[in-house]
Design a protein around this ligand. Structure first.
Ligand code: PLP
Length: 398
């Protein structure tokens, strides 16, 4: 009887895994054995062009970042040794915060170890049991989880629909209200209607929180992201979250806003307080990435040219795209099994584009999430389009 009781959880897990596999929702990791410049990776002995990373500016392989990381490692060691509030907050961290404040045009910025933790920290610090958190339905998982953790009333609105957001704010008389949105939606690539959301926030006396993980460094002439493109300033979007693992090619995240907001987070954000500060060397590489992203706007221009080339080529080949203006260019397939088959076909033709399936995206909206990077060559894009066309034809025939 004891043995049966101990096996039961194991069996339940196995059943759960079998259900995932039966629905084509089982996830497998592929081991990258080498990474070469130019978005080349070696996987299972095969060299592929990587068309699904978030390294939009191609900085993850930049020698200058590597040099910054190496010299900071020699000076500071490999770890921060403790949390920011203990002994972990170095001059390098502090300098990056100052630079980020200037870059985003805000009073201050605060580093977090990851974007996931920044979102949990900021939303739980700003909302509690008596408050209201209103979210776009397609927000990143970390923002959805953050709202759950607050214990606040949580309401979701139809994707990118400011009127729907406005209705969700009515008839709630709680202490504080937040409207929370991705700036660039991570699986769709479209930009939130930030001006309209800012107006809704203003009408309802709510705070607009924007997570611009995929916009910063990428969109806008100065790389200021979706807020720069929308012309929305700090007064209208008082809480900005950014990450370093995407366009900046490193690891970590930050929140930028007023001095009061940042002081509040230092006192209240549990994912800031109770965790080790990021390694100073990683932070030094991020400093270099920020400097390069500002100093080399041609990277953004090049990326934009590749996005246009991909979209024009896809439309010529009759490949359906969404209206995304960002480097995230999803190809909607619908069925999870079909998305997997298409991804496998591309793999065998030398291109790495992962299939994105539920629960990352809503049921029935599985897709290939193609992403472009400034280090792709125009010929890479042309070859991807040819392979896509052939793969789609193959999958449709079988
Ligand atoms: C990637 C991402 C995050 C998480 O950032 P990490 O630093 O990878 O934890 C948060 N929000 C959005 C919109 C993202 O795309």
């Amino acid at each position: 009887m004891w043995l049966a009781a101990m096996q039961a959880p194991e069996e339940a897990l196995q059943k759960d895994l079998a259900t995932l596999a039966a629905g084509d929702l089982y996830r497998r990791r592929r081991v990258v054995t080498r990474r070469h410049p130019g978005a080349r990776v070696v996987v299972e002995g095969r060299e592929l062009v990587d068309f699904c990373s978030n390294d939009y500016l191609g900085l993850a392989h930049d020698q200058r970042l590597a040099d910054a990381m190496r010299s900071a490692t020699l000076a500071w060691g490999t770890g921060a040794t403790s949390a920011h509030l203990v002994t972990g907050h170095t001059a390098i961290h502090h300098e990056l915060e100052d630079r980020l404040a200037a870059f985003t045009g805000r009073d201050r910025a605060l580093l977090f170890s990851t974007g996931y933790m920044a979102n949990l920290g900021v939303v739980t610090a700003l909302a509690g049991r008596h408050d209201l958190v209103v979210e776009d339905r397609l927000n990143h998982a970390s923002l959805i989880d953050a709202a759950r953790l607050t214990g606040a009333t949580t309401r979701r609105y139809r994707h990118a629909d400011p009127q729907a957001a406005s209705r969700r704010l009515e008839d709630h008389h709680g202490r504080r209200r937040l409207i929370v949105t991705d700036g660039v939606f991570s699986m769709d690539g479209d930009i939130a209607p930030l001006r309209e959301l800012a107006a809704v926030a203003d009408t309802h006396n709510a705070w607009l929180v924007v997570d611009d993980a995929h916009g910063l460094g990428v969109l806008g002439a100065g790389g200021g992201g979706s807020l720069e493109v929308a012309g929305v300033g700090p007064a209208d979007a008082p809480v900005l979250v950014g990450t370093f693992g995407k366009a900046f090619g490193t690891f970590g995240a930050f929140v930028a806003g007023s001095a009061t907001l940042i002081e509040t987070l230092i006192q209240r954000a549990r994912t800031y307080i109770y965790t080790t500060a990021p390694p100073p060397a990683v932070t030094a590489a991020t400093l270099k990435a920020l400097e390069i992203s500002v100093a080399e706007p041609d990277r953004r221009a090049r990326l934009q040219t590749l996005i246009e080339r991909f979209r024009a080529g896809a439309s010529q080949l009759g490949i359906g795209l969404t209206s995304s203006p960002s480097p995230i260019q999803p190809i909607l397939v619908g069925d999870a099994a079909a998305a997997l088959r298409l991804s496998n076909e591309l793999f065998h033709r030398g291109f790495w584009v992962t299939a994105i399936r539920p629960p990352t995206v809503p049921a029935g909206s599985s897709r290939l999430r193609v992403t472009l990077s400034a280090i792709h060559e125009p010929s890479d894009v042309d070859n991807l389009l040819d392979a896509l066309s052939a793969s789609l034809a193959f999958v449709n025939r079988h």
